[in-house]
Design a protein around this ligand. Sequence first.
Ligand code: DX5
Ligand code: ZN
Length: 216
Amino acid sequence: MPIIAPSILAADFANLQADVTMLNDSAADWIHVDVMDGVFVPNISFGLPVIKAIKKHAQKPLDVHLMIVQPERYLQAFKEAGADILTVHLEASTHLHRTIQEIKALGMQAGVAINPHTAISLLKDIVADIDLICLMSVNPGFGGQKFIENTFAKTSELASLLKVTNSKAKIEIDGGVNQANAPKLIAAGADVLVAGNFVFTAPKPKEVIQQLKSLA
Ligand code: DX5
Ligand code: ZN
């Protein structure tokens, strides 16, 4: 069964506690938390104090996706805010290997995200060291965008790379995930599905989460 990680970016920011409580009571496995700095991506979301507030109520691991430049400057701060899994972008960290080691030394699981234009082959020398690879299936920065179809091929390519390198890293798909593309993603090798708008714009979000969870 896939790991389902609803993205809090699509929640009601004026009533985050209610949405976190809903996720606690749902079949969701993780809570996906999107941090945007307005530099790496053309949008600003929220930062450390908001994550601390979410952590107070969350009963599920926080899967924090940093869409920020020089993420290495803030690893300890995100740990203290409550991140369980910390994902940085390959395109944003010059010394990615060191960044990964530091995330793990802080006691978090380490993830690497790649943009839609970034080749899977660039992950070859890092897959053995990481717990999660986040394949962006939209250009990061906004929720509610259209899924990029090339992600199916990239997921298969990554699954093969993990097999030959004997990596246990999980494959996470982030952006535009819905009930139509999820089965094909799981078939291609996806382990974790992030879903923002598909979950939070539904009249009954918990049912949508349960449906995603029951796929495959
Ligand atoms: C996009 C974020 C995604 C986003 C997904 O930059 O990384 O996690 O919240 O939202 P949907 O599912 O609406 O595309
Ligand atoms: Zn994300």
